[in-house]
Design a protein around this ligand. Structure first.
Ligand SMILES: Nc1ncnc2c1ncn2[C@@H]1O[C@H](COP(=O)(O)OP(=O)(O)O)[C@@H](O)[C@H]1O
Ligand SMILES: O=P(O)(O)OC[C@H]1O[C@](O)(CO)[C@@H](O)[C@@H]1O
Ligand SMILES: [Mg+2]
Length: 460
């Protein structure tokens, strides 16, 4: 597997758009209990039933947090009321501040793994944000100077007055317990709850001066990983709306592919607003080659496509058979080249039957993804290619054999001849340093090794 990583490291990758500061709180039972007691268990329960889709006041946050803890699911809820930032900052002491956002996390990861060239673009690059990029000579930020494209290190390209975005991340661990009224809740799985800042000043787009250079960027890389669309708001006070930003996002992908059909991976993230979720799916999925998402996200996507029963089943039971069925629907309706789903116990690829890679090769690519994530979960961060080896010593999760069995059963029951479907159990770290960004890490390992395997076959 180290050989495959070495092949992937030969690649040059472009990634955009979202970066932010992740301010992380490690939750324990007492912190959660204090929050519930402050608002009263009855009020929290009532608000949980209402299931607020955005955070407008502190109780919305407490209700969605407790809901996430109860199910153990990775969730993200937008914070739209800027004034609440003060409430968060007075209630929590942040244990760590680190690079957040798919584009930021992926850029640092690829740069630290010594990929040939990593170009990261984010429309807002304040000094504090720029300094969160690792100091590596293979990492670049595109700027336009004298009408030409110039690649600089992000730390040399920051803009003094750019806004900074802070997301609050609540890391929770399996086994944490607290009381909600008479009910004792024990968190079933470790994960993270994200309070995503969604303020006016942060836009997901390519600045007009840079846009004409996207074909040149596309020509100079072997693949692109795009994310952050979840940050687009329905509308803005200057009259722009989501449709405007999605039209621009479509143009960006087409521009990247203009000179060369560069493979594009879209890393999906949780979108509470169903209309916005549909816009990402219908506008962008048909234009990209590869999509990655977690188990909550595939449920949300299927719900938006009208498969609400299947979505509900995946969300509640996370059964392999349902995920395979959901994956088949998605790969067909959107005609993706490859769909990758990461869950706590297994990773899955679905492609069409004519995919150039064999099932064995697809499995190897997933193996690289889970090993990379296991290394990050163990160490907190991946600082060099050497760190990858740490992942190799992390055992597969205790349900590994069961996962394989259920998958074979599912394959027999469902018609899968028109597809290649592969599943591997995850390597699961029992005491992860943190979990935020592990999905991004899996997708980065999977997509780049997928590209490396295509290249090996002369198919890239
Ligand atoms: N302790 C752990 N050790 C190894 N991998 C983990 C661990 N916890 C979670 N993962 C992996 O990380 C994935 C999380 O992905 P996701 O929910 O997309 O997170 P994020 O969006 O924060 O990157 C899980 O599906 C699982 O495969
Ligand atoms: O949706 P947003 O606000 O761009 O944030 C994405 C969040 O997802 C992550 O990138 C992890 O996948 C976090 O680092 C970040 O807080
Ligand atoms: Mg994710």
């Amino acid at each position: 597997m180290i050989g495959l990583l070495d092949e992937a490291r030969e690649l040059s990758i472009f990634t955009a758009y979202n970066t932010n500061v992740d301010a992380i709180v490690y939750l324990n039972g007492e912190i959660v209990q204090r929050l519930i007691d402050e608002f009263g268990a009855d009020a929290v329960k009532r608000r949980m039933e209402e299931y607020p889709r955005e955070i407008n006041e502190p109780l919305d946050f407490v209700a969605r947090l407790v809901h996430a803890l109860k199910t153990g699911k990775p969730m993200a809820v937008p914070l739209v009321n800027e004034e609440l930032q003060a409430w968060f900052d007075s209630h929590f002491k942040y244990d760590v501040e680190r690079m957040g956002g798919q584009a930021g996390i992926i850029a640092n990861l690829l740069a630290n793994l010594d990929f040939r060239k990593v170009i990261v673009y984010t429309p807002h690059l304040a000094k504090r944000q720029a300094e969160m990029f690792v100091n590596k000579p293979n990492l670049f930020y595109p700027v336009v100077e004298d009408g030409k494209l110039v690649l600089k290190h992000p730390r040399e390209a920051y803009r003094e007055n750019d806004p900074i975005k802070v997301n609050r991340i609540f890391e929770f661990r399996a086994g944490t317990t607290f009381k909600l009224g008479n009910e004792t809740i024990t968190v079933p799985y470790s994960g993270r709850f994200i309070v995503s800042a969604r303020f006016e000043s942060i836009r997901i787009y390519t600045e007009p001066e840079l846009k004409p250079f996207l074909p040149e960027i596309g020509l100079g890389v072997d693949g692109a990983i795009l994310s952050g669309y979840q940050g687009i708001r329905p509308r803005y006070s200057d009259g722009k709306d989501a449709n405007y930003y999605f039209r621009e996002a479509k143009k960006d992908i087409m521009l990247l592919k203009r000179e060369k059909d560069v493979k594009v991976h879209l890393e999906f993230a949780s979108i509470q607003n169903r209309e916005l979720r549909k816009k990402v799916i219908y506008n962008l999925f048909p234009l990209v080659d590869s999509v990655g998402m977690d188990e909550s996200e595939i449920a949300y996507v299927l719900n938006a496509l009208g498969y609400s029963k299947l979505a509900e089943r995946i969300f509640t039971y996370n059964r392999i058979e349902d995920t395979v069925m959901g994956g088949k629907i998605l790969i067909d309706e959107m005609n993706l080249e490859v769909l990758q789903i990461h869950t706590i116990y297994y990773l899955m690829y679905i492609t069409h039957a004519d995919n150039p890679l064999s099932e064995e090769e697809l499995r190897q690519s997933l193996e690289l993804g889970t090993t990379l994530a296991a290394a990050r979960a163990s160490l907190g961060d991946i600082r060099s290619p050497e760190d990858f080896k740490v992942g190799l010593s992390v055992p597969y999760n205790e349900r590994g054999e069961y996962v394989k069995l259920r998958f074979e059963e599912a394959k027999r029951r469902l018609r899968t001849r028109e597809y290649k479907v592969v599943i591997i159990p995850t390597r699961l770290v029992s005491n992860p340093v943190s979990t935020v960004g592990l999905g991004d890490t899996i997708s980065t390992g999977a997509f780049t090794s997928y590209l490396a395997l295509l290249r090996r076959k002369g198919a890239l």
